[in-house]
Design a protein around this ligand. Sequence first.
Ligand code: HAM
Length: 432
Amino acid sequence: MDDELRVRNHQTPMSFQPLPGFRDFYPDDCALRNYVFGKWRDAARRYGFREYDGPPLEPLELYTVKSGDEIVGQLYNFTDKGKRAVSLRPELTPTFARMVGARQRDYKKPMKWFAIPQLFRYERQQRGRLREHFQFNADIVGEKDVAADAELVALLVDLLRSFGLTHEDFVVRVSDRRVWSGFLRGLGIAEEQHPAVFGIVDKIERDEPMVTQKKFDALGVSAGAASAILKFADTGTFEKEAPAEMATLQRFFDLMAHKGLGDFLKFDPKIVRGLAYYTGIVFEAFDKKGELRAIAGGGRYDNLLQLISGVDMPALGFGMGDVVLCELLKERNLLPKLENRLDAYVVIAKEELRPQALKLVRELREAGLACDYPLIGAKVGKQFEAASAGGAKFAVVIGDEWAQGQATVKTLATREENKVEVARLVERLKQG
Ligand code: HAM
């Protein structure tokens, strides 16, 4: 029988797999995801950020305006049934810029918002890179001063610390596109060429030196200028005097030192970021061993709101993905044990007491306890197995003693058991 016929006749099940780069989240995976989201939300709350979200599908143009060629080449885009060119969101920043532009009058500045979107990028699959991921985003709008950049990077550091990571595990590499522009101007490289130079610098660590050289040649950058650029990228030192823009970056480092977080940072001009819209301080967090891709990245983008929504307001933000973060936590043994935990499992030892058991289960649940029971009659031993599998703290046995208004409460970890008045069960179970 050919495959098609077999499928039509439903004789063999089809073996569906998730698409490459997409994940199934089984309950343990979801428990980990909720743990990560919980830490993200908690750190954002401590820093005074408010949660928002946007649509997962957006007009294609939103991303072609200013995100840059790399991300545009990775879009999951298509034409919808209304003949609109649309794309799944590869990042949240353009949506954020659109939303803020539309309603910014309703909010006091600076606005501090965060979100946890699922994002989609048709990337070449490799370690730490999938075709969907969840990304914590924190952004600030309406503050030009570098104090906002320091606040944002402090949030990034504290987020990573809240998972148990220390300055021995990660480093935030910081640079500044304005410093770069000042430096490039000093080399006589025209302003229009700066984005292309950033594109080359962004790939320096991944490209072979010959490839980098060829890219500089193609751009018409002289050999002398190219070697000065490479030297600056590598060492952070200037051949001539430092550009005036260094003063702002220095103030950023001073503020971070005042916050007690200086140890987590490193000035590294190789960080310019791959996205086209950044205009100022930019940064990426990496594992210190340098084995993984970036854990997080962001920076200042003072022109994007103007471009997307016509509202001229300074903005800055960063994104942290769940994939690399969880890999790092796993490597450092920092993944928590996340157990399925019931407060109580009601064991129905006498099937004729099922009506009373059902009423009891409802009462326990109404009292806020996590409670389960066998849906159909089963041997008591099997019911205890189900109680353990559910991580139940107590088994509440409904049996002979029910006639005296009592149930047996067994603490599963210690095997200790006591008879408890049914009227006092909730109170007893809540004592823990
Ligand atoms: P990004 O550098 O493209 O920035 O992404 C931020 C982080 O998201 C990365 O460092 C990485 O952890 C994670 N990430 C990105 N792509 C993938 C992928 N394919 N698989 C797994 N993880 C991934 C942005 O998206 C900016 N919009 C961030 C931002 C917010 N800038 C300002 N505000």
